[in-house]
Ligand binder design. Structure first.
Ligand code: IMP
Length: 418
């Protein structure tokens, strides 16, 4: 077990780190630990639907490089931003003594989530009843929908007109009126979502948050990352959500609305593919999913689900919803490895399997393990077997992917590098 000396970014390259399951693989922690190797940590897609936990703090919008005082942090054009949640992230960091404002850069083409999109998201889920996607309710899908309809408000649009704020407020009013007209429970619904506040009050908070969190000095042109790369810097692209939530390659329609895969980093950071360097994939030793959608290896035993949920703290970092739990299916991981060109693999949360009998699933056979012992942070025979099995499987699958690290706890130091 060695140090993280396999993390060797190349100058002028974007390395991509992404989840290979349904999100919540512990990407934030890995980004936090490898960020010191990079000049810039960049988010390329998604928005406040992501909840990246770094130790005890959860960031929704700001890249997980924030805790590394030397990293610049960038929110790319592929992202959607709710200024209220960005402000909350900034405040959480200030509370622990980190002021990131001078090293946070936001693409002028990032799209704005307004209270209208949050209302539409929640209302559309409410109307779907049992057929709902299980969205995070953060306005993600309506914001991307408006964007593809060529109607979204980007950061640059907001700054380019004096009437932008009024336009947004009018749109919120229209949406509120439509919801109230559409069904008899509309009025009550809006009241609950706005916590009894008026459109004016909600919009005042939104504007105050915008002014605080997106000052003009933080806004940069679309080619910011390209310029950075041309100067020889190394960039880490931090994926949000994960492969099986990708709008194109995921379990459609039970997906998010952005491109969460490696290819998404090019679009969402506005860099051509030739700049992509290494790809890190992250999985969990067991699998979880929030929201609806297929999950073949989900536990059917309620007791086991509850036990693992408690032991692994498996509640959504953004929504607090209990996560569904099952075993990791290596065939699915393999598909995600191929589709994303993963060079290095991290397996997180191996500590949760301490003393547990557990399984990993793949098409050849299921492997049962007796329980891992990580007491002195020293792997026992079972963990060594587990590592060996994963390594053999990676070799057998001819993907060229190397197992690089094993996560053994929530802290920065809780990663074994192989
Ligand atoms: P949306 O992104 O809020 O529209 O949600 C669409 C689906 O993606 C739902 O099943 C969500 O639970 C899931 N999802 C979105 N973001 C995350 C994430 O960061 N982790 C895990 N699941 C997510």
């Amino acid at each position: 077990m060695g140090k993280n000396n396999l993390i060797k970014p190349q100058a002028s390259k974007v390395d991509v780190l992404m989840g290979l399951q349904w999100g919540d693989e512990g990407k934030g922690k890995i980004v936090d630990t490898i960020a010191p190797h990079y000049d810039v940590v960049a988010r390329f897609g998604g928005g406040p639907n992501a909840g990246h936990s770094i130790g005890t703090i959860v960031l929704n919008q700001i890249p997980s490089g924030a805790l590394n005082l030397n990293s610049r942090n960038f929110i790319g054009n592929g992202c959607v931003i709710d200024p209220r949640i960005l402000k909350m992230d900034l405040e959480k960091l200030i509370e622990i003594g980190i002021d990131v404002s001078d090293r946070l850069y936001i693409s002028e083409r990032a799209k704005l989530i307004t209270p209208a999109e949050v209302l539409i998201d929640a209302w559309s889920e409410h109307k779907k009843g049992t057929n709902k996607i299980g969205s995070t309710g953060r306005g993600i899908s309506p914001t991307y929908t408006r964007h593809t309809a060529r109607e979204s408000m980007r950061v640059l649009d907001y700054f380019s007109s004096t009437t932008s704020f009024h336009k947004i407020r009018d749109h919120v009013r229209q949406v509120v009126d439509l919801i109230k007209l559409e069904r008899s429970d509309g009025e009550q619904f809006v009241h609950a979502l706005f916590s009894g506040s008026s459109v004016e009050q909600v919009m005042d908070v939104w504007k105050g948050s915008f002014d605080f969190a997106i000052p003009i000095k933080s806004v940069v042109e679309t080619d910011y990352i390209l310029n950075t790369l041309e100067k020889g810097c190394c960039v880490l692209a931090e994926g949000a959500q994960a492969h099986y939530l990708d709008i194109e390659l995921g379990d459609y329609p039970y997906v998010t609305s952005s491109h969460t895969t490696t290819a998404g980093a090019c679009i969402g950071l506005a860099v051509p593919p030739k700049y992509i360097g290494k790809v890190y994939g992250v999985i969990k030793a067991y699998a979880t999913r929030v929201g609806n959608g297929p999950f073949d290896d989900e536990f059917t035993d309620d007791k086991l689900t509850k036990y693992f949920r408690k032991k692994g703290h498996e509640y959504g970092a953004t929504t607090g919803r209990p996560r569904r739990i099952g075993w990791t299916n290596f065939d699915l991981v393999q598909k995600a490895i191929r589709a994303n060109g993963v060079d290095y693999l991290f397996i997180n949360k191996v500590d949760v399997l301490f003393n547990e009998k557990f399984k990993i699933i793949h098409s050849q056979c299921d492997h049962d393990f007796e329980g891992l012992d990580l007491k002195n942070k020293k792997p026992n025979l079972e963990l060594e077997n587990f590592i060996e099995l994963v390594q053999d499987w990676l070799q057998f699958s001819k993907s060229g992917t190397k197992l690089i690290g094993i996560g053994t706890g929530p802290g920065r130091d809780d990663v074994y590098y192989l």
